[in-house]
Design a protein around this ligand. Structure first.
Ligand code: HAM
Length: 431
């Protein structure tokens, strides 16, 4: 019986794994240099944890299960609820601000499409316990710091920044009741993902009054800070929210990444818990789904039974990112190759224990080393094996070993030298 992989999952063959590691290693390195500490949680949680505040879209996409004790569980579709639960659990013991990162494996029963799968990895960075917009700017800066180090330029990717608080104030001034906001956000979030007619149809179901609908559409199409400034009422909730947006842009400019950032009020975010600054990164061409998204969620810890502590963060999946890096030629060919420091070959009549001893010696010094499993392979066959494994050097055990000497062949230049075995060992580069 032939068994296929489950729809929306990936097999990571060694070359794919090398790419995944390249991405994950980059995320970790950038997190650490921006002052984040790593954490992790369980891969499944109580189902209800994701039903409280993630929003309908996530709830519809949950992989849920019932354990033997009849408990309703779900595979984690995102990390933020786990983070909120973990922080609440130790709130008095953790020193603040909390700056944590994680790279969880997540599951969402989405319709598989380019850049969206049912199992994926997502880099999370979050800052908990800082009210000021500097924390939002730090999250955005760290995101850009990663993108920039991969080689992506402001011409390739754009960070689209907006504010849920500002949008809420504007919608309130248009007469939208507070209890309709979540449903409206869910529709507005679909603007870039749906054909315009479908989007407008969905919007008109939420906002039947034509004049109000037109005002909303005009607002979410504003495309510059100066145009936004013109419509903001002085000394209002809108003005307070607008000053937060301005502060974030000013900090990002000071940190030298302003050219990656633009204001875009149509960024609303699909998840229900965001309360303030929100952002997404999109490929400049706009072809692909969002590379990442995040924002401020000041009520989530309280909604999970903890104290009212503010938080802001971001999640970046590996799928769209990988497509983009590949398209831009930023995944070096060398990533996908196995590399070996030494291949230990033997000339006719030698081999066996001597080869194993040298291989073990090299490995004990932290170098990668291999040998041929074919006991009777000739030297040229062994060189082929060494090349296939990308060995940097080949050590040849032959007649000279009687005098405690080895031939070392550089696999790039082909140059061969005869060396004393002890000198060879003491001269090894184990850095
Ligand atoms: P999200 O917008 O649901 O936010 O997901 C963030 C990112 O995860 C997306 O932009 C995308 O890169 C990736 N992603 C989401 N779904 C899939 C999928 N089915 N396949 C591949 N990649 C996917 C969150 O998850 C928030 N919890 C992020 C956050 C952290 N906000 C604050 N802290």
């Amino acid at each position: 019986m032939k068994i296929s992989p489950v729809k929306g999952t990936r097999d990571f063959y060694p070359t794919d794994m090398a790419v995944r590691n390249f991405i994950v290693d980059g995320w970790k390195k950038v997190s650490l240099r921006n002052g984040f500490e790593e954490y992790d949680g369980p891969i499944f949680e109580y189902l209800k944890m994701f039903q409280i505040k993630s929003g309908d879209e996530i709830v519809e996409q949950l992989f849920s299960l019932t354990d033997r004790g009849g408990r309703d569980l779900a595979l984690r579709p995102e990390m933020t609820p786990t983070l909120a639960r973990m922080v609440n659990q130790r709130i008095n013991a953790l020193s603040r601000p909390i700056k944590w990162f994680s790279v969880p494996r997540l599951f969402r029963a989405e319709r598989p499409q380019k850049g969206r799968l049912r199992e994926f990895f997502q880099w999370n960075i979050d800052i908990i316990g800082v009210d000021q917009t500097t924390a939002d700017a730090e999250i955005i800066f760290t995101t850009i710091d990663y993108l920039r180090q991969t080689g992506l330029t402001p011409q390739d990717v754009k960070v689209r920044i907006s504010s849920r608080r500002l949008l809420a104030a504007v919608l309130k001034s248009y007469g939208i009741p507070a209890d309709q906001l979540d449903a409206l956000y869910a529709v507005l979030d679909k603007k870039a993902k749906l054909p315009i007619e479908t989007f407008e149809q969905m919007l008109s179901e939420q906002v039947p009054d034509r004049q109000t609908l037109d005002k909303i559409v005009t607002f979410i199409n504003i495309d510059s800070m100066s145009a936004l400034e013109d419509v903001i009422q002085a000394e209002s909730e809108e003005a307070a929210a607008f000053s937060e947006v301005k502060a974030v842009f000013a900090t990002l400019k000071a940190m030298g990444v302003g050219d990656y950032c633009i204001y875009d009020p149509s960024i609303v975010r699909g998840l229900a818990y965001y309360t303030g600054i929100v952002f997404e990164v999109h490929e400049a061409g706009g072809e692909l789904r969002a590379i990442c998204g995040g924002g401020r969620y000041d009520n989530l810890l309280r909604d999970f039974g903890g104290p009212a502590i503010s938080a802001t963060g971001m999640g970046m999946g590996d799928c769209v990112l990988e497509i983009l890096l590949r398209e831009k030629g930023l995944l070096g060919e060398s990533i996908a190759q196995k590399r070996l420091d030494y291949f230990v070959a033997f000339a006719e009549g030698y081999g066996g224990d001597t080869v194993y001893r040298i291989v073990a010696e090299l490995r004990s010094r932290g170098l990668s080393a291999a040998f041929s499993y074919k006991a009777k392979a000739g030297l040229s066959k062994q060189f082929k094996e060494a090349s296939a494994q990308n060995a940097g050097k080949c050590v040849i055990v032959g007649d000279e070993f009687k005098d405690h000497k080895l031939v070392v062949k550089d696999m790039t230049t082909g140059e061969q030298v005869l060396v004393d075995y002890d000198e060879f060992l003491s001269g090894l580069d184990t850095t």
